[in-house]
Design a protein around this ligand. Structure first.
Ligand code: ZN
Length: 435
């Protein structure tokens, strides 16, 4: 066999290894841009990985390892992996061969024990064609919007966890990753029916997406809002109720520095200001300002969502909470994290699995988002664009009736106290009536 790619030698294991490691399970998670294969092993191990072409294969040798379980066939939906073969080598090592449908960029690493998992060897097989495609797409998306054309508000809906990360697990075995995906899909469905809004799902199936990648997807989609959906857990099963989180200032300030350092794309915009031609200090001040505005918007939308969730039952906390969640750290996209309920609470676990309740949660979140954008729709969006020029004979009541909005809302968005209006005066029409 001719080795065409560099040999990657992992030296995670210590030299004091005694006896063999055993692979206890092999799990596969096909995602849009890659397939992840996870080997559950009972201890640390050394491995080497190399690529073979014609036909495309990736070979992983696990040193001093045996495999006792049956390895499933990859699903038909897997665009990259067609089969996995394995055999023992020199009576000690395990050789695993991944047969591929097309060439991949592989990456492998060993994960240390965490929560319910022990050691895991992760092999990521990235679609080679995908990198080029996504670069092209992000360039296309980064092109300035046509200012003469009104656009929809874009809401990134992010279902937490996924794939080999189940999130928290309820007493009845309910996995957070599954219920939050169902709620996210329901939220997407409901937001689609809102005039002037276009939801995009960050995670579409049962696979894991890194936290930074989630933010990147939202950025590539030019999201106006990022909503991450989760389910909570606590040691006391009595604890219950929804909570909404925004980023804490402490988390934000350290990330601001990091964000700058990691600015890969010089053309990236932060709050509409290009950073590439500014010095670092100014850039960090701009970023800070933009992040302050973003945080205030996040808190605002979070408060609206929490209020609506409160109509379904007592919320866990009465106010929006702050924490350093990575996924909330986009400096220029208002972001909230919704802990819909406690999976550790038996009643709430049951409710979280219930379609009707999932719909109610989505409805409450939709209402919160709608109320927020009613007063905060960015210029250039369809929702911000409804204006009425006062003609002779117009009254506030007639205009409210004309657009199907309440007199109270019409007064509020235009900061009107009484009923005085002048011919030629321009009134903002609140986008949605009711609330
Ligand atoms: Zn979670």
């Amino acid at each position: 066999m001719r080795i065409l790619a560099a040999l990657i030698l992992s030296t995670v294991a210590c030299t004091c290894l005694a006896g063999q490691a055993a692979v206890k399970n092999v799990r596969m998670w096909p995602a849009p841009d890659r397939t992840r294969v996870v080997f559950d092993v009972d201890g640390p191990l050394e491995h080497t990985l190399f690529i073979l072409n014609n036909p495309s294969r990736v070979v992983v040798d696990l040193r001093d390892t045996s495999l006792a379980v049956k390895v499933d066939r990859p699903t038909k939906a897997d665009k990259l992996l067609s089969s996995i073969r394995h055999a023992s080598r020199n009576n000690r090592d395990l050789r695993v061969v991944f047969d591929l449908r097309k060439p991949v960029r592989p990456r492998s690493f060993l994960l240390k024990p965490n929560k319910q998992y022990g050691y895991r060897l992760v092999v990521d097989l990235y679609d080679k064609g995908d990198a080029k495609k996504s670069l092209k797409e992000s360039i296309k998306r980064a092109a300035p919007r046509n200012p003469s054309k009104l656009r929809d508000l874009i809401i990134a809906v992010d279902a937490g966890h996924g794939g080999e990360d189940p999130g928290t697990i309820g007493r009845k075995g309910t996995r957070e990753k599954s219920v939050v995906l169902a709620i996210a899909k329901e939220l997407q469905k409901q937001l689609k029916n809102e005039p002037g809004m276009r939801p995009v799902l960050v995670r579409r199936g049962d696979y894991y997406i890194g936290l930074r990648k989630r933010m990147k997807i939202a950025r590539e989609q030019r999201a106006d809002l990022f909503v991450s959906i989760h389910a909570d857990s606590f040691k006391d099963p009595r604890v219950r109720g929804s909570s909404v989180y925004v980023l804490s200032r402490n988390g934000a300030s350290s990330e601001a520095a990091r964000w700058l350092a990691e600015q890969e794309n010089a053309a990236d915009l932060v709050g509409g200001v290009s950073l590439d031609d500014k010095d670092d200090l100014l850039a960090s001040v701009l970023l800070d300002l933009s992040q302050t505005a973003t945080l205030s918007a996040s808190t605002d939308v979070g408060t609206n969502v929490l209020k609506q969730l409160g109509t379904l039952g007592k919320t866990h906390k009465r106010r929006v909470q702050r924490a350093g969640f990575m996924v909330l750290k986009s400096p220029d996209i208002p972001s909230i994290l919704v802990e819909t309920a406690f999976l550790s609470n038996p009643t709430e676990e049951k409710r979280l699995r219930n379609r009707k309740h999932q719909r109610k949660l989505a409805k409450a979140m939709t209402a919160g988002v709608r109320t927020f954008f009613k007063y905060n729709a960015p210029p250039g969006t369809r929702l911000a664009a409804r204006k009425h020029v006062i003609a002779r004979g117009d009254t506030l009541g007639r205009i409210a009736g004309l657009y199907g909005v309440s007199l109270k809302d019409l007064r509020k968005v235009n900061a009107l106290k009484g009923s005085d209006i002048k011919v030629g005066q321009v009134l903002q029409i609140p986008s949605v009536s009711g609330g």
